[in-house]
Design a protein around this ligand. Sequence first.
Ligand code: 5GP
Ligand code: MN
Length: 336
Amino acid sequence: MMQPIHLFYPQLNNPSKIIIVSHQKPDGDAMGSSLGLYHFLIQLGHTVNVISPTNWANFLNWMPGVEHVIDFEKNQEKCNQLIQSANIIFCLDFNVLYRTKHVAPLIEAVNCIKILIDHHQEPQVDAFTYGISNTAKSSTCEMVYDFIVDSGNASTLNINIATCLYTGTMTDTGSFRFPSTTASVHKMVAHFKEIGLEHAIIHDNIYDNFLENRLRFIGFVLCNRLEVLYEYNTALMYVYKQDLYKYDIKTGDTEGLVNYLLTIEGIKFGAIVIDREEERKWSFRSKGNFDVNTFARLHFEGGGHKNASGGRTDDNVEDTVKRFKQTIKQYEQELQ
Ligand code: 5GP
Ligand code: MN
């Protein structure tokens, strides 16, 4: 059973072979927390390797240290060896091991210290030796900052750590606007500014760094793939494989698309399904009390947070959209 993370602090000073792993298709928070932790741990003399279960969005490729991140799908043998010989595995920004896709069985099989730092609901506590799970936290990046400070290592904070941790906090808080943006978040950012963080360039690198085709793709799907179900205060979008091919859409290009749905006045529930190679992947967002974590768990093999979650299905786009429309009928009251 997962022990409180502070019980691990004394071991931080024994140089170890450490692996850091986050969820598949890592987002800003997953990549930011992994690299922030990396820049911290190498200062303590550890041998650190960061593994991503899959590839990631191009807009993360400017991040300090990203050149050290190993894509599991492209280096399975090497990753396997690294995991076999690790003393400690840090698991960041996911609650259940299956979020690491094909890395999950390898983590499960090795007998070493496994540490969870995460802010999603219902963590798989039996899978970890130590950990901290706090759904009130804005981001895993903020939790890595707490980990560094609480373990007595605030003096190691440098510009690389600050840049990485700021990135994930910014992306997971919708640029500091979601309710999860607490005073602690702003205090952390103030601390980063004091050590020289340049925040404006980070926003540019993440949000203003796309190709023209992505903007045209967004225009296309907003015009052609959007349905507003006013009786349920719900907006729904579906993207076909042919749309992704037509506009040459890559990993990360569809991130944030779901947020457009909630910009419509009165809409409380936004749902988008994207036709991926091996599955149809849902993203759910809500405003207020409608709990999309539970919705994703119950109906689409997923989970996440109360106001942001995801899920999947093997059904084709038409069938899953049909089932979605059928399913929300039972939530008519809650969505009023
Ligand atoms: P996104 O829509 O940005 O991919 O995901 C929103 C949130 O839901 C993220 O916090 C993500 O970790 C979580 N999430 C997305 N897909 C899944 C899933 O299939 N299972 C679980 N448990 N969480 C998911
Ligand atoms: Mn996160």
